[in-house]
Each structure stands twice: as C-alpha cells, then as structure tokens.
Design a protein around this ligand. Sequence first.
Ligand SMILES: [Zn+2]
Ligand SMILES: [Zn+2]
Length: 180
Amino acid sequence: MKVTYTLIDQVVAEGVQILKEVYPSFQYQGFTKIRISKARSKWGSVKKNCRTGDFALTISNCFEEIPDEKRARTKLLSTTIHELIHTIPGCMNHGSNFKYYAALVNRRYPALHIQRCTSMESFGIQRDIKSYPYVAKCGICNKEWKWTRKPRLFNYISACECPYCNTKSLSFIKISGIAI
Ligand SMILES: [Zn+2]
Ligand SMILES: [Zn+2]
C-alpha cells in the first residue's frame, strides 16, 4: 500500500465519520497541514499551533512496509483516528480523556484497536535504533557525548576541557561500539 496524500485524505474523512458516529458532538476542525514523513519511530503525530489553534498531521510512510494491504489500511485508519482524538479538547496527551474516546471507537470497531502506542516491531517493521559507536564521558560531572563516527578529537580527548565542569577529565567509554 502506497501512502499518498489522496489516501490520507480518504482515511481522515473515514476517521471523522467513525468518530462522529460514536461521539456525535465530535467536531472536525480540519488539519491545516498534512505531511508524510519517513519516521520509523512513530506512526503519526499531531501538533497544535498554540497561537492559531490549528492542527497539523504527520503520517509516516512506514505503513508501506506492512505486507498485508488490508492490515496496512486498517492500521493507517486506526492511527489517523488516534491522531483525530488528539484534536478533541483535553486529549492532547494519552490521559483518561483520550482513553475514553478511544474506548468508544474500539467498542464499536474492535478491529481498529486504537491504542496509546503500538510497537512497529509488532507489525514487522524494523525500527532504526540509532547506534553511537563512539561515546565519551566526563569523569567529574558524568556528562556524555556520542558520535556515530570517529570524532576529530579522538586522539586528543584527554586535552579537552569539559564545557560543563571545566576540568580535563574526558575519556572514551565506548570505541567502535565496544565498551572500554
Ligand atoms: Zn498519541
Ligand atoms: Zn564535566
């Protein structure tokens, strides 16, 4: 299943209809912006512009990696409804209000199974857990620095001053992914 803006528009409309059905006073404010991301850390997110009160929706294209088309479509709809619930007053977090509306949907449409969060792994998606093979630490204030590649200060780290505690107590605790 290809994640396109047309598909997201369709799914948003479907989600609005479902929410109106289970909660007739639901008012769809509309998303002023919709964005498709390459995020592998979350399925979707909604951001509120505190000044205007507008909502922006971001949907990851990771749904494309769910092999079963039907399952992918259902998960996309479920995620979109999750994000729509966030636009209901008092539902920006996953507290009791959020859970209340999610339960209304789930009671009527158990297959949507709206949750506060679902792992990508449970859908067979490989998350990109960023690894940092180089980690240095200050022996005095315990502040850490991480690099994905060998840093330039690698050979003279002992001469570097920690900007937090102003001592020269930095050393590597991990090199090429190996703890030392
Ligand atoms: Zn959420
Ligand atoms: Zn320090």
